[in-house]
Each structure stands twice: as structure tokens, then as C-alpha cells.
Design a protein around this ligand. Sequence first.
Ligand code: AMP
Length: 413
Amino acid sequence: MNDQLPDDLTCWQYLEHAASVVFKQFGYHEIRLPVVEKTELFARSIGQATDIVEKEMYTFLDRNGDQLSLRPEATAGVVRAMLQHGLLHNAIQRVWYTGPMFRHERPQKGRYRQFHQIGVEAYGMAEAELDVEVISMTSQLWRKLGLTGVKLEINTLGSPESRVEYREALVEYYQANRDSLDADSLRRLETNPLRILDSKDKAVIELNKSAPDVIEYLDDASREHFERVQLLLEKLGISYIRNPKLVRGLDYYSRTVFEWTTDKLGTQNAICGGGRYDSLVEKLGGKSTPAAGFAIGMERLVELLTIEKLCQNRKRQDVYIVQTSEAALEIGLSLAMEMRDAGISVISNIGSTGFKSQLKKADRSGARLALIIGENELQTNTVTIKLLDNGKQYTVSIENLLTDVSSYLENTE
Ligand code: AMP
């Protein structure tokens, strides 16, 4: 679990802001939920036999003896809240959320015990257009962030019925090849055979190459649905590859699943995962309601944005005001107020009155401009502007200051 320090947070805020803008553009509204839910909610939704529920949840008894867990993901809680507040009755709903999630995993680069997700959920639309909408929201976000080179993988898991048949075929195949299975896969063969498909074990990877493909087991409606998803992605120019081994680690998915990956982050290469989960609402006690969503892993995306230098300059301040006397301070304070009203960020010097030490502080603050109000400036109703990137300076009259500073900030990076 990591502290998030001011230096890192500029990139986080850049991402949060961009995501909230894109989500709003698609008609999604924010929802905020508790980080603690009843354990049973996660067991019923994510699945008893999944890694998350079996071994990764932070679970405890509270003072009433209720068994609670820190949320390992947000979808289950969103469905719980939508049902509890009656938001799903014959209604189309589009929501987004962000916040910390908790999984007791083996910590490593890109895998933490408290991590953050930002994601969306949409309810009441069974059509392939929704799958494509949520996928295109992510690709719109990458464009907004300036991120290129990430890859989209998609697959389908079919309907719950076709999945039963597929599951049987997989069990038969793995039973016949038990010798090649590692201990983990042998265990999964009993509990959750689909997960053997995304095993990282070398022998199992080899075995998986000839494993039955879900595509052969789809019912007609699921096949048509998947074909339409692919057609619309192609029309939108969103490239993808079909990965028949993509099953995702949570039980509630049906039909389309997808993941965005990068080759810049080492083994923890998935930055976003999602898909359709048409049976979850009913499973949690509501009327059958189709749904789809995704979650972006924020630590990984921030790391990627940093590697790609897409967060640079984001923490820069615009202006630092250097003022060397009481009279200059008064003018400086009201200029600062005026500039902030105009949307410019301004740090007013506090403390040390020496000119040199204030300029040093201006340099260290990351500001792009220092505005100097000294004796000369006071007498001539002017301000000296020092461009902190190259040390050049010039003097302008107080009346022109705002226009001058604004146009400098607008026209330079
Ligand atoms: P999931 O909820 O497992 O589908 O994960 C969605 C995304 O959250 C993944 O693609 C990762 O980017 C991110 N994620 C999942 N688990 C972790 C973790 N333990 N630490 C950091 N990021 C994670």
C-alpha cells in the first residue's frame, strides 16, 4: 500500500480529469460508494472459486459479528447500490467511479495491495453497441491522454449455457492431458477450469495452444453478438486482436470480455479490463438486467504515462510573485487575486524579503514566470516579468500585465 506524494499526484490528477471529461462526454455520471461491503456480496458476484475471493480479500468481523471485506473491485458494489436505490427499474443507467481497491496479492511492480481503479458500468442495454461504447470510451481516453501503442485484446465467453458446454469440453481436454498440468491448474480443473487458459506455467501454455476454442461452442445469439462487436470496432477504426485465451479472472462475465495491454510495463501488462456481465444483477437479487463495464488500473496507467513523458510540465505553476517591500506586497497580493480570477496559478512569496532568496524560491517552485515588484517598479507603476526557463526579463505597465502574462502562458508550452 503506497503513499501518494504531491509530486506523483499531478499525473494522477491529469488522468482523473481526462477520464472524468471523457466519461461525461459519453453521458456517464459519477457514483461514490463505501470501501467496505458484506463479504458475501463479493463471494456471490466475483465467484467463490476465484483467486480474489479464495485468497486475496481483506476480510474481518466487525463488532456485530458481521463478516465484511474491503472491496477488491467496484462492480459488485455498484450493482448492490443500484439495486438498493431502485435505479435499475426499466432504466438505462450509465455510471462511473474511482477509488481504492484492496487485494492481498504478492506485491511487485504494478501489483499492489491497495491500488486504484477508475471505471464505468452501464445497465439496461443488451446490444453489442454497448460493448463497443465502453471499449470506445477507453480508446477515446487514450487519445485524450496522448497515449499510443496500447493493444486491445477481445474475446467472448458466450452465454452461461454455452459456457457449461465449453467448460465440459475443457475439462475433458485437460483430464486427458493431466500430466502436463501444474498443481495450480490441477486445482483449477476442479474449481474453475476456464482459468487454466490464462495460466503462466510453460507446459500449460504449450498445452493451451491446442485447447478447445470457445468460438466452437457459442450459441447463435452469442456468435452474432460477437460478430457485431467486431464489425463495429472495425467501422470505428479501433484495432484489436482476438485472444481466445482471454477469460478474465472474475466469474460474472458473459459474452464480450476485453483487456488493454502494453509492452512497456513488464509482466503486469494489463492497464484496463472489462466486459459484459448480463447475469450479475439477477444473481444479486434484481430483475434480469444486461450490463457492461471496465476498470482501468490507475497505478499502471500513471506509470505508463510517466514512461511516455505524457505528464511532464503538468505540475508547473504559472507565476511566482517576488515583492521586496510592504508597499510592493500590497500591490502583489491584489495582482495575484486578479490573475487567479483569470484562471492563472500564482504563488505569492511569503517570508524572506531578500530579492535573491525570493528569486531562488521562484526557480524552485516550478513557476514559469517570476513577477518582480521592486522599488523601480513601484515608482513607475510597472512589473518586471522574468521568464524562468531562459532568464530573459522585460518590464510592462501594471495595466498591461494580465494581458501580457495570459498571452505568454497561452503561446508557450
Ligand atoms: P480486474 O478488476 O482484475 O479486472 O483489474 C482491472 C485492472 O486493474 C487491471 O487491468 C490492472 O490494471 C488493475 N489491477 C488489478 N489488480 C491490481 C493490483 N493488485 N495492483 C495494481 N493494479 C491492479
